[in-house]
Design a protein around this ligand. Structure first.
Ligand code: GDP
Length: 137
């Protein structure tokens, strides 16, 4: 059993895709172990994406992630990290396969609808960023 962090980004929330995206997770055998809607501050978004702080797109990334509310959740299931990444599709929607969340819904590399942890260590860090232990069922 594995846990991963998923975020439905502002474009997914504002286009009312929360239910459709969670349906895809559940249909693939993932379980929502924790969920919360929140509006990130610039400091929070910057800290979450700290690894990208020196990249040229960092400012755009923070400004997009703070442009509206997001839905953060912990997904749980066998191979949850890789399964979530498969369901998401490639980072750039131009490269994302049809049938993936980004391939079906995303408009640009900034507005790419979902975030998912990329490994066990980042999953643990990212889950702790959003949720206390007692909030994860
Ligand atoms: P992810 O794990 O697939 O979300 O990709 P990364 O962790 O590499 O990047 C985090 C987020 O930064 C991505 O989801 C994109 O929204 C954004 N991003 C990554 N690379 C680029 C880029 O080259 N240009 C722009 N504008 N945004 C990028």
């Amino acid at each position: 059993m594995e846990q991963t962090l998923s975020i439905i980004k502002p474009d997914g929330v504002s286009r009312n895709l929360v239910g459709e995206i969670i349906r895809r997770f559940e249909q693939a055998g993932l379980r929502v172990a924790a969920v919360r809607k929140l509006h990130l501050s610039a400091r929070e978004a910057g800290d979450f994406y700290d690894v990208h702080r020196q990249r040229p797109f960092f400012g755009d990334l923070v400004s997009f992630m703070t442009s509206g509310p997001v839905v953060a959740m912990v997904l749980e299931g066998p191979g949850a990290i890789a399964k979530n990444r498969d369901l998401m599709g490639a980072t750039n929607p131009k490269d994302a396969a049809k049938g993936t969340i980004r391939g079906d819904f995303s408009e640009s590399i900034d507005a790419n609808t979902v975030h998912g942890s990329d490994g066990p260590q980042t999953a643990a860090q990212e889950i702790a960023f959003f949720f206390a232990r007692r909030e994860i069922m």
